[in-house]
Ligand binder design. Structure first.
Ligand SMILES: C[S@@+](CC[C@H](N)C(=O)[O-])C[C@H]1O[C@@H](n2cnc3c(N)ncnc32)[C@H](O)[C@@H]1O
Length: 326
């Protein structure tokens, strides 16, 4: 008799292994709130998505840290800053072309930097999610929570550094009556926003805008709200002109979902490698310290500061919620 060796599929072997799962309580803890405070549509997303994960063994964690350190010391990493503008322009032009070629399917608008099947950072350790789309699913939950909690009363919402506009699409689904603006220094990004507005009947407008040289002609009403996701990251330490612009325009609330240098505990290896990665890439540094100083001066109020999760390299989805004080 011939004996066939059958290897279980990855999916099957994952199911057989012991795994943890992000529960409602975990999300409430990550957002610094109670389950009662989590909006209904957010609860639905948490129930719908697969948030199972496996903790990494000691050797697996070592392998990840080694990978991060090798990246930090390699020549492969692009440094954020004004020199990168043509690269963003080219990247978003490709997404725009793919969006048109697909007959306006939103799939090609998922940025290429959103990785599938990645080990991620959560709660002070590296985890391996069961769901290859963990990052996209988690970000949907996070966005829905923050948008519902802080933007319900906003008249209009402005996303600065909006890229392919998918965050605004989500916002438009939650609040179809609100006027949405996608601002970016890339023309292709603004063209994507216009094409989404035309083809998906969403109330959104693309506006060319450089956060390093803010255009004060842009009108923001006292009831309007502002957010950024992974966009201040690109400014490094050059965030002051944009911060001054926001203080002058006085929106009702600002949400920044970003990598936050000051939140890395550099007395631990886990925090230290992420902080070194951020420094090497020239990402956002000093922003939270500056907001804390402005709060002491009575110019702003900090409403929330939370760490959530990130890719293997750093916590790209920490958030700060704040508002200018008149
Ligand atoms: C990492 S992407 C994030 C895009 C989008 N927020 C998202 O969540 O997918 C960073 C974005 O910031 C934009 N950006 C970088 N520097 C900028 C600047 N000085 N002014 C305006 N936009 C900028 C880039 O063009 C890009 O769209």
């Amino acid at each position: 008799m011939q004996i066939k060796s059958v290897r279980p599929s990855k999916e099957l072997s994952y199911r057989e292994e012991k795994h943890n799962e992000l529960t409602l309580e975990d999300f409430a803890r990550l957002f610094g709130t109670t389950i009662d405070d989590i909006p209904y549509d957010c609860l639905e997303l948490i129930a719908e998505y697969d948030f199972r994960y496996k903790k990494l063994s000691h050797d697996e964690q070592d392998a990840i840290i080694l990978r991060v350190l090798k990246k930090i010391h390699s020549d492969e990493l692009a440094i954020a800053g004004p020199d990168r503008k043509p690269v963003w322009e080219k990247g978003w032009s490709e997404n725009l072309q793919d969006f048109i070629n697909s007959g306006f399917d939103l799939g090609p608008l998922i940025p290429k930097f959103v990785k599938r099947n990645e080990v991620v950072r959560l709660n002070g350790s590296y985890i391996r999610p069961a769901n290859p789309e963990f990052e996209t699913c988690f970000v949907r939950v996070l966005r829905t929570y923050l948008f519902r909690k802080y933007f319900s009363n906003a008249a209009a919402v402005y996303e600065f550094g909006c890229g392919t506009g998918l965050n605004l699409v989500e916002l438009g689904r939650l609040f179809p009556e609100k006027k949405l603006y996608g601002l970016d220094w890339s023309k292709a990004s603004c063209d994507i926003i216009s094409k989404i507005a035309q083809t998906k009947q969403l109330n959104m407008t693309g506006v060319l805008f450089d956060m390093c040289e803010p255009d004060y002609h842009l009108e923001l009403g006292a009831d309007d709200a502002v957010f950024t996701i992974g966009a201040l990251e690109q400014l490094g330490t050059r965030f002051e002109p944009f911060l001054e612009f926001l203080l002058e325009k006085n929106p009702s609330v600002c949400i920044n979902i970003e990598t936050i240098y000051e939140l890395y505990d550099q007395s631990s290896l886990f925090g230290y490698v992420a902080a070194k990665y951020l420094e090497r890439r020239g990402y956002l540094k000093g922003y939270l310290a500056r907001l804390r100083q402005l709060e002491k001066e009575g110019k702003i109020e900090l409403l929330a500061v939370r760490k959530t999760f990130g890719c293997s390299f750093h916590d790209g989805y920490s958030y700060i919620v704040w508002k200018p004080v008149n």
